[in-house]
Structures are given as C-alpha cells and as structure tokens.
Design a protein around this ligand. Structure first.
Ligand code: NBP
Length: 491
C-alpha cells in the first residue's frame, strides 16, 4: 500500500466538522473525513468537498490507515458519551505517540479524565476549545488547545494556519495541561453569557426608560461599535435592532418570545466559580437571568400582582446614552477581571501553568466575545503575565475610574424606574466590595459564632487577655451557651 497522505483526520460531519475540514483544505492540508452516519461522508464528498484535498473514510480503520504518523485526529461530535465511544473505537487502530484532539464543547473534568486514561496508553490527548460557530470554523475560529504538551509541536502548524488572525497573529496558542483548553473555553462561554446579558440590560433601559425606537437603538449600537465597546456582539445587536419582519416592516426582535435558552457552559462556569470560592458574580447573574426569563408564565402572573415604580423621565437622551455606554464598559471590565481571577485560581487548584497573554489573544479574534477590548487585555498580560488583577493595570484602572459616574447614574435610574439590571448592579457591588478594606463580615462571623459556636479571629491590634492573638475564639454571647466550639472547615 502507498504511504498515507492524510495530514489530519476529522470525525463528525455536522456544521462545525464540515466547515473546519474545508478551512484546513483551503490551507493546503489533506483531511481524512469520517462520520458515524457514513452516508454523510459521501454527501459531503459529492457536495462542498468536491475537488478539494479531502479523503472520505467509510470506517475508523480506513480513517487511521490514511493518516501520516503521528496520526492526528480531531473529534467534532456531540460532547459526552459520543467522545468516549469514538476514543474506544479509535484505540485499536492507533500507535503510541498518536494524537486525539477533542474539539467539541466537552466539560473540562471529562478532558482531565481522558488525558489521564490516554496518557497511560501512550496516546497524546488534546482538548481544544473551538469558538466562532459555523462562520468561524469555515473562515478562522478561535482555537484553545490544551492537554499533552508533546502534541503541540505536531499540531501547531495546522491549528495556527486555520485559526483566525488578529493583527496578523493567530488566535490560537497552547493553553496549558490536561483539560486546561476546555476549561478556558468554558470560561470564554461564561464571559459570553455575561457580555450578552449586559447588552440586553442596555437595550432594556433604552427601550423602557429612554423610550427609544429600535432604529434609534440600532444607531446607538452602531456608534458604540466605533468606540471602546467595538465587538462582534455589539455589531450583531446593531443588525438585530435594524432588522424588520418583511411581512409588515416592523422590528422582528419585538416578536421574539422572551425566554432564554442555555446549553450549560455558563452554568458550568458559575458552578466552578462556587467550587473554587471565586466571586465571579456577573456570570452567575447572567445565568440566573436566563433562568428568570425562562419562567415566563410565573412572571406573567407576577406582573399582574406585584407593583413597582413608573420609569423616570429622561430629559437629556444623549447623556443617558453616554452614561449607559460607560455602565456597559465598566461592567464588562469587571466581568473579564472576574473571569481571569477564576482562571488564576483554577491554575492553582489544578496545578496548571496557564498562558494568560495567549488566552486573551485567542479571544481577540474568531470567537463570539472578540473585541478591541481584548487587545488591551492581551497587552496588559504581555506587560505582566502574572498581573494579579486586571483592575490593577493602569489602563483598566483609569478606564473604570472614568466610567464610574455614568455607571452609578445608570444604575440609579434603573433602580428608580424598576427595571432589572442584575449584571450592571452585581458588577458595581463587586467593585465596591473589592475596593473595601473592611466589609461587614465581622458581624457575619459574630452571628456564626453566636448560633453555631463557629469561632472567629480577632483583628490585628485588637487582641487582649480575652481575645487572644492567633486563636480561633468562641464567645458565650448569651451567658447560657457552653464553651465548646464547632470544628472549623471550609464548605
Ligand atoms: P453536533 O453537536 O450537532 O454533533 C453532530 C455530530 O455528532 C455528528 O457527527 C453526529 O453523528 C455525532 N453524534 C451524535 Br449527535 N450522537 C452521537 C453518538 N451517540 N455517537 C457518535 N456520534 C454521535 O454538531 P456541531 O454543532 O457541529 O458541534 C460539534 C461539536 O462542536 C459539539 O461538541 C459542539 O458543542 C461543539 N461546538 C459547536 C459550535 C456550534 O456553533 N455549533 C460551536 C463551538 C463548538 P451523526 O451524523 O451520525 O448523527
């Protein structure tokens, strides 16, 4: 048999897989394609793949036989059991040093497990976040690969060729070990939830407080897209606001049922933040906002029973819009600062060495959260890869300081008008909490000790014979309780 010619194999001929294959073929790579429902291989070869450097395989064995060594195989199938099923089927046809790349939206603990299991068998596992949807897969996605570092030199050229480019740099670099690639993709999706929620709150305020028409709101987003908020999500919001239903030429947006769907990656981020004890409040609120939107029937009932204020009058529309832009910008800075706090904690918790500047660069283009703003984050982490918090970098420190009055004024108007702005408010509360040297947790500790003998520590300088330095103290607050304290542990 002649020597195999396939540079890379791809399993999963749905929207992502087909487009990524066409992208790789355009960049001069020979791709071997396979799908569980084999008929789709023929359909693809006779359709869009016709005349391109794409080889169809009718079985896993045929796929593997057609690949150069080490074999590089990307899975782009439904996350979960199908990934494990394909790994099982592949193993008998692979050799030590071959590489399996899972490009689906897998949960990072699954990628950690797959990395360990395959490592024992000498197979190099890579879990790669892929973002940008259909369009990204075809023309340049953001790719976030992590896993076995020995795999990177073998996949770097292909990955960086097919990835999106930002100022000529590929939006793809090695993220870190084991499941780190899928972890970073999960946080990306969480941040995407946050960005979308912030935009929705700005729209709601313009609509219900400012009484703007959809055309006026579209114009506002068009203007914002030329400034600090320049991003894919602002751009598509502009287009959505301008879009009219062709049957009656009225805004289509206002005919869409207001119940949000979700596939779980935002929830995973929020759960992981709780597990790691990181205050990633904005993503949490974004997930809960989708949950609140989903209980439409209950909200409809409540809307008839519960009262609130009328929207405040807006006298200066331009000032209102300018303040709103600042509120959106400041809240977005908080959301990304929280996201990177979570990534920093995950690196500690899971023992990963993560590439922060590369993460920001990977999100700079190709993906849903792509924005000019991520260029600033990339620069900040390039200047100092160990930057403790984005808010401490002079650029963001200045930006958030300047945005504050508009941010506070916007939230004030929303609260006075009875319009929910959970993401704006949680961002501001986080900011005010984070910059508070003293928080009311002293009272909280006293309450815990009062009802549960959970003990507390004393402020430095306030020790005395009763409140001893360095000790966990329990006080008999009522004179009735005993002196036995509860054991301490972190929950
Ligand atoms: P889907 O997520 O719809 O998956 C379709 C593929 O999975 C087909 O090849 C299908 O084979 C295969 N599959 C299914 Br469904 N169940 C299977 C099973 N039990 N065993 C084996 N194969 C099975 O496709 P997609 O939208 O292209 O997404 C692919 C991956 O990329 C997913 O993990 C997705 O979350 C992720 N992703 C998607 C997007 C996006 O915008 N769509 C963006 C970023 C990442 P069949 O043809 O035989 O049914």
């Amino acid at each position: 048999m002649s020597a195999p010619t396939g540079d890379i194999g791809l399993i999963g001929l749905a929207v992502m897989g087909q487009n990524l294959i066409l992208n790789a073929a355009d960049h001069g790579f020979t791709v071997v394609a396979y799908n569980r429902t084999v008929a789709k291989v023929d359909e693809f070869l006779e359709g869009e793949a016709k005349g391109k450097s794409i080889i169809g395989a009718k079985s896993i064995e045929e796929l593997c036989k057609n690949l150069k060594r080490p074999r590089r195989i990307i899975l782009l199938v439904k996350a979960g059991k199908p990934v494990d099923a394909f790994i099982e089927q592949l193993l008998p046809h692979l050799e030590k040093g071959d590489i399996i790349i899972d490009g689906g939206n897998s949960h990072f603990p699954d990628s950690n497990r797959r990395f360990e299991e395959l490592n024992k068998q000498g197979i190099l596992f890579v879990g790669s976040g892929v973002s940008g949807g259909e369009e990204g897969a075809r023309n340049g996605p953001s790719l976030m690969p992590g896993g076995h570092p020995d795999a990177w030199p073998h996949i770097k050229e292909i990955f960086q060729s097919i990835a999106a480019k930002s100022d000529g740099e590929p939006c793809c670099d090695w993220v870190g070990d084991a499941g780190a690639g899928h972890y970073v993709k999960m946080v990306h999706n969480g941040i995407e939830y946050g960005d979308m929620q912030l935009i929705c709150e700005a729209y709601d305020l313009m609509k219900r407080v400012g009484k703007f028409t959809n055309k006026e709101m579209g114009d506002v987003f068009a203007k914002w897209n030329k400034g600090v908020l320049d991003s894919f999500l602002i751009e598509i919001t502009r287009d959505i606001l301008y879009f009219n239903d062709p049957t009656d030429n009225t805004p289509l947006l206002e005919k869409i049922l207001d119940t949000a769907g979700q596939k779980g990656t935002g929830k995973w981020t929020a759960i992981n933040a709780l597990d790691l004890g990181m205050p990633v409040t904005l993503i949490g609120e974004a997930v809960f906002s989708r949950c609140l939107s989903a209980i439409k029937d209950e909200r409809t009932t409540a809307s008839k029973k519960l009262t609130g204020p009328e929207p405040v009058a807006i006298t200066d529309k331009q000032q209102f819009v300018d303040d709103l832009e600042q509120a959106l910008y400041a809240s977005k800075i908080i959301s990304y600062a929280q996201g990177f706090m979570l990534i920093r904690e995950a690196a500690k918790e899971y023992g990963w060495k993560l590439n922060n500047p590369a993460i920001a660069l990977m999100w700079r283009g190709g993906c849903i959260i792509r924005s000019v703003f991520l260029g600033e984050i990339t620069s900040a982490f390039r200047e100092n890869p160990d930057l403790e918090n984005l808010l401490f970098h002079p650029f963001f420190n200045k930006a958030i300081t300047e945005a504050q009055s508009g941010w506070r004024s916007t939230i004030g108007k929303a609260v006075a008008s009875g319009i929910p702005v959970p993401a704006f408010t949680t961002a501001l509360s986080f900011y005010d909490g984070y910059r508070s040297e003293v928080l009311p947790a002293n009272l909280l500790q006293a309450q815990r000790d009062y009802f549960g003998a959970h003990t507390f520590q004393v402020l430095p300088g306030k020790e005395n014979d009763f409140l001893k330095k360095g000790e966990w103290i329990h006080v008999n607050w009522t004179g009735r309780g005993g002196n036995v304290s509860a054991s301490t542990y972190d929950a």
